[in-house]
Design a protein around this ligand. Structure first.
Ligand SMILES: CC(C)(COP(=O)(O)OP(=O)(O)OC[C@H]1O[C@@H](n2cnc3c(N)ncnc32)[C@H](O)[C@@H]1OP(=O)(O)O)[C@@H](O)C(=O)NCCC(=O)NCCS
Length: 133
């Protein structure tokens, strides 16, 4: 088995924009965009907005890879960023609604990478479909 890449998306976020949204909307913004475990992780950090910005970038990158943007087909909370407890590597878990879109598009796997500096967060997403050799 190997995977064909069938979609790609990238997103760049200014951390200060997320910091401002958090300051202005607080829990309303968090609950609209992020799952409880994502919030717990980000809020455990000394500078939570950096981590919220990274997760925000992942969600937008994944939505671009699907070609839908964030909307009725794929909402913010249909895309959850989880971490490997040992390595810290991020990956994405789709909700049942997100899985439906993935099935429709023939997507078997969503691969992501994310990075941040003091000023910016960037994320990249790849969608793959398995093929039998
Ligand atoms: C698709 C989406 C993620 C784009 O993100 P953005 O931050 O607006 O814009 P970016 O600068 O990151 O990306 C823009 C590029 O995305 C690409 N793009 C736009 N719609 C796209 C889609 N449906 N699929 C893939 N790529 C898309 C375009 O190439 C665009 O650049 P261009 O106009 O020069 O061609 C965005 O439209 C979206 O759905 N955002 C959610 C909006 C929202 O609810 N915001 C509220 C904040 S709580």
């Amino acid at each position: 088995m190997c995977g064909n890449v069938i979609g790609t998306g990238v997103d760049l976020v200014e951390n200060d924009r997320i910091r401002e949204l958090l300051a202005k909307w607080g829990a309303h913004f968090k609950n609209r965009v992020f799952l409880p475990a994502e919030q717990t992780y980000c809020d455990s950090k000394a500078a939570p907005w950096l981590y919220y910005a990274g997760r925000f970038a992942v969600k937008e990158a994944v939505s671009k890879a699907f070609g839908t943007g964030i909307g009725p087909s794929l909402g913010w909370k249909d895309i959850e960023v989880v971490r490997n407890l040992h390595s810290g590597a991020p990956s994405v878990v789709l909700s049942p609604h997100g899985m439906k879109l993935a099935r429709q598009q023939g997507v078997d796997q969503v691969l992501i990478s994310l990075s941040h500096t003091h000023h910016f967060a960037v994320a990249h997403a790849l969608l793959t479909r398995s093929t039998k050799l």
